[in-house]
Design a protein around this ligand. Structure first.
Ligand SMILES: Nc1ncnc2c1ncn2[C@@H]1O[C@H](COP(=O)(O)OP(=O)(O)OP(=O)(O)O)[C@@H](O)[C@H]1O
Length: 376
């Protein structure tokens, strides 16, 4: 069993609190992504879990065994933790096989008993065993990261920590490497944490996503929960583009400039705003002289889909929506808008608090909310 539990962990550097009573529970064999903007404390959390930093308060347990608590710390090499850093950190003067053998311990790989094991580890990360004789510079960036993972897995750790391991790779390679690494970890049944500042990476990689802001988690949940039902406007804006409309919120629906639209269950009632993802508003050109609700101001073609900037009737600010590019409306067209699914409702107080926390902007109808949230 290798469940990882972080309980009320705090850490301050000088006078700056970096981790503030963090709780995190990563189930045995599952993957959690910790996502947040630069400097919010993600790497510090990984370093505390790995044992490279001691927290000021709180405990860390792996497989039911406490490895960190006040005045007690199991050294990093006794924690059965694998760590893959941003650049993979392979030794450039050693072959791939020797790099992995370093992870196996007891020598640099000249030993025959290691050969089979190295070949198995290379296969596990979808690399041909013949790569064992190459040096790191003879591999692509994605292949190097997979070797780094193989080296980290060689010691059969209970928990794998991945600190932005794909950030140096270009877009295509990044997605492919991420998928290969996720599959490898899942197949090995390894408990893992991926740190990233990339929302898409977090949502696609993990069983659980923890969104971090200034040393605290704003929300921890499944990728679907944190994306579709964000707990607050920071989380909503951090995980994707949003459309915000002023609203009078009832128990199941809200009144907006788009008319009455469904809101998710347990919504707060009263005056506030509703948030939808741009793909929840389906724009269609009107036909048969129907007046429509908005005029297309601009269109950005992105291949598979388009982003439409719309002047919505009764709304002083334009909104942006996304739809498939096939049969997309053109600039100047009048469009109708169909709402797909339910909106998330936020009270005026939540909007104001979010605006205070991260610099203010406005909803499409003028309510104060964070800049990151109001723009697509
Ligand atoms: N050893 C240290 N001494 C002093 N301050 C530190 C130390 N390590 C980290 N910090 C500070 O703690 C804060 C959080 O750093 P951390 O590396 O955990 O952030 P992060 O979320 O991983 O950022 P990034 O995404 O840019 O890597 C930063 O302000 C950083 O400068």
């Amino acid at each position: 069993m290798s469940r990882l539990v972080v309980d009320q962990v705090s850490k301050t550097f000088g006078h700056a609190p970096v981790l503030d009573a963090i709780d995190l529970d990563v189930a045995d064999g599952s993957a959690t992504a910790v996502v947040g903007s630069s400097g919010c404390g993600k790497t510090t959390l990984l370093r505390v879990i790995a044992g490279f930093e001691n927290p000021d308060a709180g405990t860390v347990s792996i497989g039911g065994e406490v490895v960190t608590r006040q005045g007690f710390s199991v050294p990093p090499h006794r924690r059965a933790i694998g760590y893959v850093a941003q650049d993979g950190a392979l030794f450039p003067h050693l072959t791939v096989g020797q790099n992995i053998a370093y992870g196996l311990g007891g020598g640099l790989g000249g030993k025959r008993k290691h050969r089979e094991h190295i070949a198995e580890l290379l296969e596990m990360v979808s690399l041909d065993p013949s790569y064992a004789d190459r040096r790191p510079h003879q591999l692509s960036g994605g292949q190097q990261q997979r070797v780094a993972l193989a080296r980290a897995m060689a010691r059969k750790p209970k928990v794998m920590l991945l600190d932005e391991p794909f950030s140096a790779l270009d877009t295509g390679l990044r997605a492919a490497t991420r998928q290969a690494v996720a599959e490898t970890l899942r197949a090995a049944g390894m408990t893992s944490i991926l740190v990233t500042h990339d929302q898409e990476e977090a949502l696609s990689f993990a069983d659980q996503v923890a969104v971090m802001c200034s040393g605290r988690f704003t929300q921890v949940g499944t990728p679907e929960e944190v994306y579709a039902a964000p707990a607050d406007l920071f989380t909503a804006g951090f995980l994707g583009d949003t459309v915000l409309l002023d609203a009078t919120i009832g128990t199941e629906t809200a009144e907006t400039v788009l008319g009455r639209i469904p809101v998710q269950v347990n919504a707060p009632t009263g005056t506030g705003a509703v948030m939808m993802r741009p793909e929840q508003l389906l724009a269609r050109s009107v036909t048969d002289g129907h007046p429509g609700r908005a005029t297309v101001r601009a269109l950005e073609f992105r291949g598979a889909d388009v982003v439409l900037t719309l002047d919505l009737d009764g709304c002083p600010e334009p909104i942006q929506v996304r739809r498939v590019s096939v049969d997309a409306p053109a600039v100047g067209d009048r469009v109708d808008l169909e709402v797909l699914g339910a909106a998330v409702a936020f009270t005026s107080e939540q909007c104001t608090a979010a605006g205070r926390a991260s610099g203010s902007g406005a909803t499409s109808t003028g309510m104060t909310v964070p800049d990151a949230v109001s723009a697509v």
